[in-house]
Design a protein around this ligand. Structure first.
Ligand code: NDP
Ligand code: A1CAB
Length: 264
């Protein structure tokens, strides 16, 4: 597969790293204006770094766009004359609809929206996918690409905004919870490195328990909360302080912000 990542910033580099580590491309173009920031990728023989999006589009079949929302329309405009029948366009752009893409490149192109997260770099992204009508013929190909780097779910495009918050922003939300847990562990006497180790692996274990068992979180919580024990004491205090409520309010605030972003 010849893949181009147009806009190799935070997410683009994470995707590139995931693809390279999973052996998912025969060749790859990475584009951005400041190529200095991509130093290190030259070591991979099959990667071409360029400022020229047109060169990357002409040399690839799968185009993954990872530029900021405000840049996307003009970049699509600047390459649309190079698009051919086999090109698959995958957009990770927040708040930019398939119909807005179709308005630029036409409805006959294979258009897919993908919402991965930065854990794609280590093969553990939760990636949601949606396509336009034409793109339905290539959505399995897109799923195959992203399944090599985590888990995928097909969703209706209307849910892409919510998926952005839960899956993409979600990485930051979970990181903050891990950081807070780390701070608590330090206060209880662990040194910083050990505290982080305990927090990270406990978090990973909790997620893995749910993934492997299919249980509801409360079922697993019930197994931990010994009657009159320390866990329920801590959990109830967290809820008195608004833990679940503040998480839900934050999620809704992120969602509302995407509505603003999509209005340009
Ligand atoms: N970060 C995340 O975790 C996620 C981000 N997204 C979405 O992905 C997109 C990128 O986000 P993020 O990676 O955070 O943003 P970044 O700003 O880190 O990355 C965007 C990159 O685009 C490059 N760029 C700007 N103009 C051009 C151009 N004309 N041609 C080629 N490259 C260009 C910039 O580099 P330079 O200035 O050197 O050109 C920059 O590195 C956004 O639309 C975001 O909504 C979606 C899911 C998760
Ligand atoms: O913060 C943002 O707007 C982007 C989209 C989700 C993750 N990063």
């Amino acid at each position: 597969m010849k893949i181009a990542i147009i806009g190799a910033g935070n997410l683009g580099v994470s995707i590139a790293t995931g693809i390279l580590h999973s052996g998912g491309a025969t060749s790859m173009y990475l584009t951005r204006r400041n190529l200095e920031a991509l130093k290190g990728f030259e070591e991979y023989g099959r990667v071409t770094l360029t400022r020229d999006n047109r060169e990357a589009v002409a040399g690839s079949d799968i185009l993954i766009f990872a530029v900021q929302p405000l840049h996307f329309a003009s970049i699509l405009e600047s390459v649309k004359d190079l698009l051919h029948d086999n090109h698959v366009l995958i957009s990770t752009i927040t708040g930019f609809s398939l119909s807005a893409m179709e308005a630029i490149v036409g409805p006959d192109r294979y258009l897919i929206r993908a919402m991965p997260n930065t854990a794609i770099a280590v093969g553990r992204s939760m990636t949601c996918l949606a396509s336009n009508e034409a793109g339905k013929k290539r959505v399995e190909l897109a799923a195959a690409i992203f399944n090599r780097m985590g888990h995928t779910l097909m969703i209706p495009e209307q849910q892409m905004q919510a998926a952005t918050v839960i899956c993409a922003s979600g990485i930051a939300f979970w990181m903050r919870l891990i950081r807070a847990t780390t701070q608590g562990a330090i206060q209880l006497g662990f040194d910083a490195k050990e505290a982080r180790e305990l927090a990270m692996h406990t978090c990973g274990g909790a997620a893995e328990l749910l993934i492997q068992s299919g249980h509801h979180p409360e079922e697993e919580i019930d197994r931990v909360t010994t009657p009159m024990g320390c866990t329920i004491e801590g959990l109830n205090e967290m809820e008195h302080q608004g833990l679940s409520s503040s998480l839900i309010k934050g999620i809704v605030a992120s969602y509302d912000k995407i509505t603003q972003i999509s209005k340009g």
